[in-house]
Design a protein around this ligand. Structure first.
Ligand code: PLP
Length: 394
């Protein structure tokens, strides 16, 4: 069943655009450069400064940035990448783009993030089998950082690289540092799709403290072409000379998008604070309902991209599907983040077994995403919780 987009439906997420944002884009349209101009590097340094990391490499999507990150880390045929099954497909597809294979690690039932215990156990088994991953992608689900210190310790022991998929998590913190500081990872990825915390329309960024990785990603973002004589294989003195020294892509972001991003970044803390405010409201009302909400460890301040509830099946005598349909009928644009990736037809044929991911399966049978974005007003918040109370008959 496909639900038509109705005007009065409260969507699960949406952008918040100010007059300053609009003006920033217009200013670029009046300028000399629509792409590959100064707005992109300004945006990159604004985001990397915000996260206290050294380098930002902007791309036309987080999906592209994930691909660039995997390539920069040398992921290729014969290599293995691990991630969580409860994420958007892009967190895994980046491995397949590189000719590597993918495997999944089960989730933690309280944070919904990858389980560090399951990761640790799977690594020790993989070591015996000689099948250790080259790259692990922890995903900060709903904006809540994974336990990066613990994952970083495992990376030292087993020798894998770490890409944080922080598509949900700009504006969040872990152990007091901004998500994207890359203190415990090689590269962090942000998404600027309109449903995410801040937007560039389409867009993403890879953040790193490693100059070598940053330069590789810059090169691969634009066809693998360099104009820097120091990087050329056969530098000549022809002033027009450029060399393709690797096989790259056109993953560039435009200056209009970058200007929008720089403007949005100024309000990212406000966006996240408002998301927390709404989440607290939800949380206090949902306490009396037969649902579980995400557990927030003290060490983390979530970016709060998504508000996922888990329906307590022992206390509710409606199916998840029935609840979903009735919420949509009430005009609440609930969603389900996410279908476990190994259940997707394209992945199923790789021979995954549901039994290997009991927590992800349980989560998938109970999860429901409620609307959450900064511009939700009190009336809409009331409507969401009263509709939920009605549908759950409490
Ligand atoms: C949205 C999302 C992506 C992809 O982002 P795009 O910018 O749309 O390519 C990747 N990973 C996660 C977890 C996401 O939510």
């Amino acid at each position: 069943m496909v639900f038509a987009e109705k005007k009065n439906v409260i969507q699960y997420g949406r952008q918040s655009i100010s007059e300053q944002d609009i003006q920033a884009v217009i200013d670029v349209l009046h300028s000399d450069f629509l792409t590959q101009g100064p707005a992109v590097s300004l945006f990159e340094s604004a985001v990397s400064t915000y996260t206290t990391a050294k380098y930002g490499v902007a791309a036309n999507s987080a999906t592209s940035a994930l691909h660039l990150a995997c390539m920069a880390l040398g992921l290729g045929v014969g290599d293995i990448l691990w991630t969580t099954p409860i994420t958007f497909v892009a967190s895994a597809n980046c491995a397949l783009y590189c000719g590597a294979s993918v495997d999944f690690v089960d989730i933690d039932p309280l944070t919904y993030n990858v389980s560090v215990e399951a990761l640790s156990q799977k690594l020790s088994q993989a070591e015996k089998l000689g099948k250790l991953p080259k790259v692990v992608i922890p995903v900060h689900l709903c904006g809540l950082s994974c336990d990066m210190e613990a994952i970083n310790k495992l990376s030292k022991k087993y020798g894998f690289s770490i890409i944080e998929d922080a598509s949900h998590a700009i504006g969040g913190k872990y152990q007091g540092s901004p998500v994207g500081s890359c203190q415990f990872s090689d590269i962090t990825i942000f998404s600027f799709h309109p449903v995410k915390i801040m937007t560039t329309g389409e867009g993403g960024m890879a953040i790193t403290n490693d100059q070598n990785l940053a330069e590789k990603m810059q090169l691969l973002r634009s066809h693998g072409i360099t104009r820097d004589p120091e990087k050329m294989i056969n530098p000549t003195d022809e002033p027009w000379n450029y060399e393709q020294i690797d096989l790259g892509f056109n993953y560039r972001i435009t200056d209009m998008q970058a200007a929008l991003g720089t403007s949005q970044l100024k309000r990212v803390d406000k966006f996240v604070a408002r998301r927390h405010e709404i989440s607290h409201l939800y949380g206090s009302i949902l306490e009396n309902m037969p649902v579980q909400t995400q557990y927030y460890p003290d060490e983390s301040y979530s970016g709060m991209h998504l508000y996922v509830i888990r329906i307590n099946k022992n206390k509710v005598n409606k199916s998840q599907k029935q609840i979903f349909i009735e919420m949509r009928e009430a005009g609440i644009g609930v969603n389900l983040h996410y279908i476990p990736i190994y259940n997707q037809p394209y992945y199923k044929k790789m021979g995954f077994s549901k039994q290997d991911f009991p927590e992800a399966e349980r989560y998938y049978e109970e999860a429901l995403t409620l609307p959450l974005y900064p511009d939700l007003d009190d009336g809409q918040i009331d409507k969401v919780v009263s509709s939920l109370a009605n549908v759950l008959s409490v």
